[in-house]
Design a protein around this ligand. Structure first.
Ligand code: NAD
Ligand code: IPM
Ligand code: MN
Length: 381
C-alpha cells in the first residue's frame, strides 16, 4: 500500500521490457534512448550530451535512436501535467532514459518533481542511485591541499522509499490549526537490496574496498535503527570489505575533513541527496556530478541524469557546465554494456579538464556549454 504511486501517471509500470540486445542489428547495436531534456539548463546540457553521444556512435559503431520527449514545465503549462498518460509505455519501450533536469520558478517544485522525476524512479524501481564524485586533474577543490585523484567516492543513495515515500497528508488544510504528516518508510527489503548493491559495487571498484553507511539512528529510532541492523547483517556476507558507520551530521563534517577516506557511501534517500551535493562540491562543481538511477534487475529502463537541477539562475545563458550530463551519458553506456564507449567518454572529459583551456564559469573559465561539449566530442577516441 505504501509504495503505490499516488501521482497519476497513467499506465502500469509493471510490464517487463525486452532486452536491448534483441533490438541489436548484427554487429551494430541499436540503443533506443528516451531523452527528457526538461527545464532550465536541462535542454542546454542534454544538447551537449547528445552531441557527444553522436560522436561516440560514429567512433564506436553504435546506433543511437533518440526519442526526444518534450515533457516538463512547458508541457505542464499546455496540458496541466508533466508528462502524458502514455509516459510509462513510451519510456518502458526504451533501453534507457537520459534526463536533464526538472523544475520551473512558476510551478511549485513538489508538483514538477512529483509529476515526473520521482514517480519514474519509484515506478521503474530504480532503487540504486549511484553518484560518483571524483577530483579530476585540472580541477581545483574548494578544500585546501587536495590534488587529482585524492577524492574518488561514490554515494549510493536509496531511491525508492525512505524519507521520499509519498505517504502523509494535511489535516485542517490551510487553517490555523493545520497539521502536516510526512511519513518515512523503511523496509527490510528496500534497505537490504541497496546495501548489498553498495557492497558489490565496492568489490567491483576494487579500490579502497570500504563501505560507509550513513544514518541518524541516535535520533530516529525506528527506520534508521532497522537500516543499521540490516547493514550489519549484509556486511557479514562481505568479509573482504571494510565497513564504517557514521551519523549523518558527522558524515557531513567528514566529507569536508577527510573526503579521501571514502570509497562507497550508502545512505537513505534524503541523506544521499544532501551528501551528493556536498560530494559534488568538494570535487569542484555540481556541474561535474553525474548520476545513474539503476534498476539492477534490468526489468525496466534505468535513468541517467546530472545531480544538479534546472539552475534557473543561469538558464538560457549558455554557460551551464555540460560535463555532469555528459558523464551521466557515460554511465548510461556502461550500464548498456558499452564499456569501450563509456571509457572513451570519461577519457575525453578527463582530457578536456586536464588541459584546462575550455571550461565553463563554474570551473573558473569563460567557455560556453556548446564549446565544452564540442571540446569533449572532439576528444572522443
Ligand atoms: P540547482 O542544482 O539547479 O542549482 C544550484 C546552484 O548550482 C545554482 O547556483 C546553479 O546555477 C548551479 N548549477 C547547477 N547546475 C549547474 C551546471 N550544470 N553548471 C553550472 N552551475 C550549475 O539547484 P536548485 O537551485 O536548488 O534547484 C533549482 C530547480 O531545480 C528547483 O526547481 C529544484 O527543485 C530543481 N532540481 C531538479 C533536479 C532534477 O531534476 N534532477 C535536481 C535538483 C534540483
Ligand atoms: C536530485 C534532486 C531531487 C531529489 C529533487 C529535485 C526532488 O535534488 O536528484 O538530487 O531530491 O532527488
Ligand atoms: Mn539533489
Amino acid at each position: 500500500m505504501f509504495l503505490k504511486i499516488v501521482y497519476n501517471l497513467g499506465g502500469s509500470f509493471s510490464q517487463r521490457r525486452k532486452g536491448y540486445a534483441k533490438d541489436a542489428k548484427k554487429g551494430m547495436p541499436r540503443l533506443k534512448i528516451a531523452v527528457i531534456a526538461g527545464d532550465g539548463v536541462g535542454p542546454e546540457v542534454i544538447g551537449g550530451a547528445k552531441r557527444v553521444l553522436e560522436r561516440v556512435g560514429e567512433r564506436h559503431a553504435i546506433e543511437f535512436g533518440f526519442e526526444d520527449l518534450d515533457w516538463g514545465a512547458e508541457y505542464y503549462f499546455r496540458h496541466g501535467r508533466m508528462m502524458p498518460p502514455s509516459a510509462v509505455e513510451i519510456l518502458g519501450a526504451c533501453d534507457a532514459i537520459l534526463l536533464g533536469a526538472v523544475g520551473h520558478p512558476d510551478i511549485p517544485d513538489h508538483v514538477t518533481l512529483n509529476g515526473l522525476l520521482l514517480p519514474i524512479r519509484r515506478g521503474f524501481d530504480l532503487y540504486a542511485n549511484v553518484r560518483p564524485a571524483v577530483l579530476y586533474a585540472g580541477v581545483e577543490s574548494p578544500l585546501a591541499g587536495r590534488k587529482a585523484g585524492d577524492i574518488d567516492l561514490v554515494v549510493v543513495r536509496e531511491n525508492t522509499e525512505g524519507e521520499y515515500a509519498p505517504v502523509g497528508g494535511f489535516l485542517y488544510h490551510q487553517q490555523p490549526q493545520e497539521v502536516a504528516i510526512q511519513t518515512a518508510v523503511f523496509t527490510r527489503r528496500g534497505i537490504e537490496r541497496v546495501v548489498r548493491f553498495a557492497f558489490e559495487l565496492a568489490q567491483r571498484r576494487n579500490k579502497k574496498k570500504r563501505v560507509t553507511s550513513i544514518t541518524k539512528s541516535n535520533a530516529q529510532a525506528f527506520g534508521m535503527v532497522l537500516w543499521d541492523r540490516v547493514f550489519a547483517s549484509v556486511a557479514e556476507q562481505f568479509p573482504d570489505i571494510e565497513t564504517e558507520t557514521l551519523l549523518v551530521d558527522a558524515a557531513a563534517m567528514n566529507f569536508v575533513r577527510r573526503p579521501e577516506s571514502f570509497d562507497v557511501v550508502v545512505a537513505s534517500n534524503l541523506f544521499g541527496d544532501i551528501l551528493s551535493d556536498l560530494s559534488a562540491m568538494v570535487t569542484g562543481s555540481i556541474g561535474l556530478a553525474p548520476s545513474a538511477n539503476l534498476d539492477p534487475t534490468r526489468r525496466h529502463p534505468s535513468m541517467f541524469e546530472p545531480v544538479h537541477g534546472s539552475a534557473p539562475d543561469i538558464a538560457g545563458k549558455g554557460i551551464a557546465n555540460p560535463l555532469a550530463a555528459i558523464l551521466s551519458a557515460g554511465l548510461m553506456l556502461e550500464h548498456l554494456g558499452q564499456s569501450g564507449a563509456a571509457g572513451a567518454v570519461e577519457r575525453a572529459v578527463t582530457a578536456v579538464l586536464a588541459e584546462g583551456q575550455v571550461r565553463t564559469p563554474d570551473l573558473g573559465g569563460d567557455s560556453s556549454t556548446r564549446q565544452v561539449s564540442e571540446a569533449v566530442a572532439g576528444r572522443i577516441g
